[in-house]
Design a protein around this ligand. Structure first.
Ligand code: GLT
Ligand code: MN
Ligand code: MN
Length: 388
């Protein structure tokens, strides 16, 4: 058994808003005392995290004066220096303030859209100042309750114009920064535009600088839509767009739970970790989650340690899966290939098409093949449950 201690090479990060979550929900007030950003940095260092991510207003209150801003940033940088934590990702809060009640980049009011751009330009400057290389866009309120209020195609056009404008800004400034778009199907709006990672991937190709823009898939958001998260991540990876990832957990069909990574759907979490490790994903493993509302300061640390420990346990399980003789023998049998159709590889040509049309297939033999997926899945489950 390996060590489950987090190390910098694991790239474990948390948002200021995650361990800093005070436990407010739509039915109840906060249950935990707020921590300052500096206190959060020290807490994250204590539990062994590598980095800390932030929204502009997690660090700097929305109404801070320039002098207050500079003092807060200086204090924060000192905490980073003292602890060795880094800031790999930053983002903008475009959802808390009432100004954004109808969205930000897609709001109907042009002044709101301009304010959203203004706020994001400044927040990008802040993120770059702190060393961020990835900038996340979660359009929390980019959506509708009533579709009488705006044309969905206009909303996409507005969103595209905003992202194009911001890409040009990054280029103009010479910043080394990539964008990562984060999808969510609903909550806090009834419907949010571009509701899945797949939708984001399609949208990215319509931008002026698609090479600067990737995705930040979140476990919980894909689960809210009832989708297989690992499949979404695989599609993003295949497209060269897996710039960041938000790890947490969530049952299907629930509200936005943002639970500790691996708290609910262990098998899905296993396949995800196995995928990320097998492909050698080298970006941040960011935990976008928070402690149960029942927890105090110690419970928050239990939560944060639990996210990282579960990831590392599943990473070890993935290595064991890859080394397990019985599992690998089954996989070899499943993927067996007698080479009789090797000539089909390498793409289309007319001769191949004609040869293929002339082939005869023994459908009964194809359908009669025993695939042994039951045995394979049971072995996987036993490995996960510690019975092998
Ligand atoms: C908010 C949301 C997350 C986003 C964060 C970034 S904020 O907590 O639920 O999924 O990633 O804006
Ligand atoms: Mn998220
Ligand atoms: Mn979430």
């Amino acid at each position: 058994m390996g060590s489950y201690d987090p190390k910098p090479e694991h790239r474990f990060t948390f948002g200021l808003w995650t361990v800093g979550n005070v436990g407010r929900d739509p039915f109840g007030v906060e249950v935990r005392a707020p921590l300052t950003p500096v206190e959060i940095v020290h807490l994250l260092a204590e539990v062994g995290a590598y980095g800390v991510n932030l929204h502009d207003n997690d660090l700097i209150p929305i109404d801070a004066t320039p002098a207050e801003r500079d003092r807060i940033v200086a204090d924060f940088k000192r905490a980073l220096d003292e602890t060795g934590l880094v800031v790999p990702m930053a983002t903008t809060n475009l959802f808390t303030d009432p100004a954004f009640k109808d969205g930000a980049f897609t709001a109907n009011d042009p002044k709101v859209r301009a304010y959203a751009l203004h706020k994001t330009l400044r927040a990008i400057d802040l993120g770059v100042e702190l060393g961020a290389k990835v900038y996340v866009f979660w359009g929390g309120r980019e959506g509708t309750e009533t579709d009488s209020s705006k044309n969905a195609a206009d909303a996409l056009k507005r969103f595209r114009e905003a992202i194009n404008f911001l890409c040009e800004y990054v280029r103009d400034q010479g910043y080394d920064l990539k964008f990562a778009l984060e999808a969510k199907p609903n909550e806090p709006r009834s419907n949010i535009y571009l509701p899945t990672t797949g939708a984001m991937l399609g949208f990215i190709e319509t931008l002026d600088h698609p090479e600067m823009v990737g995705v930040n898939p979140e476990v919980a958001h894909e689960h809210m839509a009832g989708l297989n998260f690992m499949h979404a991540v695989a599609q993003a990876w295949d497209a060269g767009k897996l710039f960041h990832i938000d790890l947490n957990d969530q049952l299907f069909g629930r509200y936005d739970q943002d639970f500790r990574f691996g708290a609910e759907m262990i098998k899905q979490a296993f396949y995800l970790v196995k995928f990320l490790e097998d492909i050698g994903y080298d970006g941040s493993r960011h935990f976008d989650a928070h402690a149960y509302r029942t927890e105090g300061p110690e419970g928050v640390k239990d939560f944060a340690r639990g996210c990282m420990r579960t990831y590392l346990i599943l990473k070890e399980k993935a290595a064991r899966f890859n080394q397990d003789a019985e599992i690998q023998a089954l996989l070899q049998e499943i993927h067996a290939d007698d080479g009789s159709f090797a000539w089909l590889a390498g793409g289309y040509d007319r001769e191949k098409a004609n040869r293929l049309k002339a082939e005869t297939f023994d459908r009964a033999a194809l359908g009669g093949r025993d695939l042994r997926y039951e045995r394979l899945d049971q072995l996987t489950i036993e490995l996960l449950l510690g019975a092998r």
